[in-house]
Design a binder for this molecule. Structure first.
Ligand SMILES: C=C1C[C@]23C[C@@]1(O)CC[C@H]2[C@@]12CCC[C@@](C)(C(=O)O1)[C@H]2[C@@H]3C(=O)O
Ligand code: AKG
Ligand code: FE2
Length: 359
């Protein structure tokens, strides 16, 4: 496909993956293969990605083990119909297949969390990732999507309808999973209800959707779909993940189709006082086929301070931060190579933290 004239290959906003015959230096990452990769299928012993079936009476214990040891698990028995997931996937594939000029109408503007383009995290790195993504807020779905489809035709209506249906299912599932997480912390139903009455965590949680497109790549060993990162919010549902261990990476098994990968995020590590920890994960690319994935991110409203729950036990290990404050700290951490979670630990001075957030 020729690159449209006003989006030349020199335009920093657009790299034409479909036309690329090699991986240019701008997209070549050094040190990608310094850890072995092992298959995380069910016969992989200690490297088997934990599986939680929501219908299982032992689900809360399984969540506790997985969130403590991995910070992630595969969620089955979630009740979101296969046929809905298939329609969601087809609509997302159709959106990514739009001509570049149309996708770039919705380009992410500086400082915006929503929009089309490289994943937000890419702004912290000199090298570019082998992916494009689109972030939108299901709460403002119809207005967000008018930027992609200003004429609001047939594709716009179908995309909105299917995403609204999906959001309805996922938001209800998020409440059920939050209950399971609280049970996994050891709270009785009564204690969990008291926590909800005091903090209104589930009631006020907000959702953000991020769609990833990893085009097939002529030299996948040199390129990276998404740099290793932790998600910043409470928890994320994804359709696939790669565990980053200290000395190896574990590939999510292929039979995970229709299962959601659940990632614990940094703010959940804070909320649970470090009992559940966030997980490093990344996305690789391959030379045979494109891959798409969908991340459904749950977190607190922007003005809510997140602090360790008393009920999680222990002396509070973290200071209270809002999501935007944490993002500001994380931005600083990326530029200095520090750990954002350490920077918000209880041992950080109050004044040091406000300096970090405001500067
Ligand atoms: C809610 C959000 C989480 C996210 C930043 C965002 O505002 C919207 C996109 C999300 C995403 C998806 C790709 C990886 C990630 C690190 C990124 O750059 O953008 C996550 C962000 C996150 O979890 O912090
Ligand atoms: O595409 C994937 O498998 C992972 C996506 C992801 O980590 C994200 O969107 O935050
Ligand atoms: Fe992620």
């Amino acid at each position: 496909m020729p690159t449209p004239s006003h989006l030349s290959s020199k335009d920093p906003r657009y790299f034409d993956f479909r036309a690329a015959r090699r991986v240019p230096e701008t997209h070549a990452w050094p040190g990608l293969h310094d850890h072995p990769v092992v298959d995380g299928g069910h016969s992989a012993g200690e490297d088997a990605v934990p599986v939680v079936d929501m219908r299982d009476p032992g689900a809360a214990e399984a969540v506790a083990r997985a969130a403590e040891q991995w910070g992630a698990f595969l969620l089955q028995g979630h009740g979101v119909p296969h046929e809905l997931l298939a329609r969601v996937e087809a609509r997302i594939a159709g959106m990514f297949a739009l001509p570049a000029t149309e996708k770039m109408r919705a380009v992410r503007r500086p400082g915006d969390s929503c929009g089309y383009g490289s994943p937000p995290i890419s702004s912290f790195f000199a090298k570019s990732m082998w992916s494009e993504g689109y972030t939108f807020s299901p709460a403002n779905l119809r207005s967000d999507l008018r930027r992609l489809w200003p004429k609001q035709g047939h594709d716009y209506r179908l995309f909105c309808e299917v995403m609204e249906e999906f959001h309805g299912e996922m938001r209800a599932l998020s409440d059920r999973l939050m209950e399971l997480f609280l049970a996994a912390l050891g709270l009785t139903g009564e204690q969990a209800a008291a926590v909800e009455a005091e903090h209104r965590i589930a009631e006020t949680m907000t959702a953000t959707m991020h769609l990833n497109w990893y085009p097939k790549c002529p030299d996948p060993k040199r390129a990276l779909g998404l740099i290793a990162h932790t998600d910043s919010g409470f928890f994320t549902f994804v359709l696939q993940l790669f565990r980053h261990g200290p000395d190896r990476r574990v590939t999510v098994p292929a039979e995970a189709r229709d299962a959601f990968v659940v990632n614990v995020g940094d703010l959940f590590q804070i909320l649970t006082n470090g009992r559940f920890h966030s997980v490093y994960h990344r996305a690789v690319v391959n030379c045979d086929s494109d891959r798409i994935s969908l991340g459904y991110f749950l977190g607190p409203p922007a003005d809510t301070k997140v602090a360790p729950l008393r009920e999680a036990g222990g002396k509070p290990a973290y200071r209270a931060v809002t999501w935007p404050e944490y993002m500001a700290v994380r931005k600083k951490a990326f530029t200095t190579g520090a750990s954002a979670l350490k920077m918000v630990s209880a041992s950080t001075d109050d004044d040091d933290l406000s300096d970090l957030i405001s500067s």
